[in-house]
Design a protein around this ligand. Structure first.
Ligand code: KG4
Ligand code: ZN
Length: 337
């Protein structure tokens, strides 16, 4: 099995990728962020329609950039869970059509498993270090996962309310900073003082997380500042820096403690929030102190992409897994419970 095609349509990114073995030949992503920005968040129906319009041209572009023809594809990996069902079925329909027409195998991939593998996309020749600990921080998820082997995962903890990326997006909305909010808060945090406001660090029991209290604290502070007419640019940057630091403190502390508790020597940080520059710097420093190997994908593989789905699919296809044509889409699907 030489060339594997990956398809990802679980949320607001349409993406197609081609792998040759474990090496990425092409990975194209069409973001719908501009479309959903007008509503301040992803509108499922609009997302599904955009996937329909964009998938075929993206497939052609991914093949062209890989320098191969459609008939050279040997297997298809498609995200079938968790995600917006209306969005997922668009990718699923395309994958089934290709698998049927080309008479090639297909596998359904858990989007979160894709994120786990994203940490290893740039090292196609290195063994995947098992066991390792993964911190998945995205718009929809905040999870600590112990990966013992391919397909062998234990969910150690998850968020009890908002996901880390969701906290960034909701806080950005509160501050009128646009959607998605993570990149803008990241940019402003660099110019602000992380100690300007003492926002709460939710120290939830075990390996779970909670970010809704932080969001409420920011809202109260914003209302207070607005009442005083004191919400200028510098204060806005301080709010961003202080909010971000409150999120990062908890993420770094929990991830490092869990890596220590489970005796792993490699930690991966994946998902859209892994692109945060503050998180990267602080996690790198903490891992250095603890002599932990840290793997964070480059930003284009932190956010949703089909290359990570294709890599997860590569290992599943290689292990002989095959999906039937009745493969379904699921809104929620925890990894390794
Ligand atoms: O993994 P992803 O593309 O989609 C999901 O599976 O949810 O993650 C998107 C999330 C959004 O919440 C976005 O605000 C956040 O990742 N994000 C960031 C940064 N870049 C993207 N959060 C903080 N700092 C960033 N630089
Ligand atoms: Zn994702």
């Amino acid at each position: 099995m030489r060339y594997i095609l990956g398809i990802e349509t679980s949320c607001d990114e349409t993406s197609v990728a081609v792998l040759e073995g474990r090496s990425v030949c092409s990975s194209v992503v069409a973001s719908q962020a501009d479309l959903h920005a007008q509503w301040g968040g992803v509108v499922p129906e609009a997302a599904a329609r955009q996937h329909v319009e964009r998938l075929s041209p993206l497939l052609q572009q991914a093949l062209d950039e890989a320098g191969i023809a459609l008939h050279q594809i040997d297997g298809v990996a498609v995200t079938n869970r968790p995600g917006l069902v209306g969005a997922l079925v668009v990718g699923l329909a395309a994958a089934k059509a290709l698998a049927f027409a080309l008479r090639i195998p297909m596998v359904g991939v858990n989007h979160l498993e894709g994120h786990l593998y994203s940490a290893f996309l740039t090292e196609p020749n290195a063994d995947i270090p098992f066991p390792h600990l993964a911190l998945i921080v995205s718009g929809g998820h905040t999870e600590l996962v112990l990966a013992r082997g391919h397909g062998d995962y234990t969910l150690l903890g998850h968020t009890l309310d908002d996901a880390a990326g969701e906290a960034f997006d909701k806080t950005a909305r509160l501050l009128h900073l646009g959607y998605p909010g993570g990149p803008e808060i990241d940019r402003r945090a660099k110019q602000g003082d992380p100690h300007a406001f003492a926002f709460p660090r939710a120290r939830v029991e075990g390996w779970n997380f909670s970010f809704s209290g932080l969001k409420t604290a920011v809202r109260r502070e914003v209302e207070r500042l607005q009442g005083q007419g004191a919400l200028d640019e510098a204060t806005l940057n301080d709010l961003c820096a202080s909010f971000q630091q409150a999120v990062l403190d908890v993420l770094v502390e929990k991830a490092i403690a869990a890596a220590h508790a489970y005796g792993v020597d490699t930690l991966t940080v994946v998902g859209g929030v892994a692109a945060n520059s503050g998180l990267q710097t602080q996690m790198r420093a903490a891992c250095h102190n603890m002599r932990l190997n840290l793997k964070i994908p480059p930003p284009k593989y932190c956010t949703d992409n089909a290359a990570m789905i294709a890599l997860a699919g590569y290992f599943r296809l290689k292990a002989g897994e095959r999906a039937d044509y009745d493969l379904d889409a699921y809104a929620s699907a925890p990894l390794g419970e």
